[in-house]
Design a protein around this ligand. Structure first.
Ligand code: SF4
Length: 88
């Protein structure tokens, strides 16, 4: 059951306050936060939770280091320029 650890509470170093795993479980565009393994391994078997509840492709996305926002914006602009070039 995917909600089984939703009420487990921990301190988030990134946000600077306590929260429950429910937040972390979907903080990464609906997938667990990329730091979930580091943050929760002492509280419950988070590795097992992830391998049980997510596909191999999702697990790959979960551990990917998020791109800095400026790089994401740059990627979006590049894609828009490419689309415009293709349309003209
Ligand atoms: S998994 Fe992410 S959101 Fe959750 S406590 Fe760790 S850093 Fe914070």
């Amino acid at each position: 059951m995917i909600e089984q650890y939703d009420d487990v509470e921990g301190y988030c170093k990134m946000l600077g306050h306590f929260l429950t795993f429910k937040y972390c479980r979907s903080a990464n565009n609906g997938l667990p936060c990329s730091k979930a393994l580091d943050c929760w391994f002492q509280n419950f078997p988070v590795q097992e939770f992830i391998s049980t509840n997510y596909t191999a492709e999702e697990q790959k996305k979960i551990v990917e280091i998020p791109k800095p926002k400026i790089q994401s914006l740059s990627d979006i602009l590049e894609q828009a320029q490419k689309r415009l070039r293709e349309e003209s």
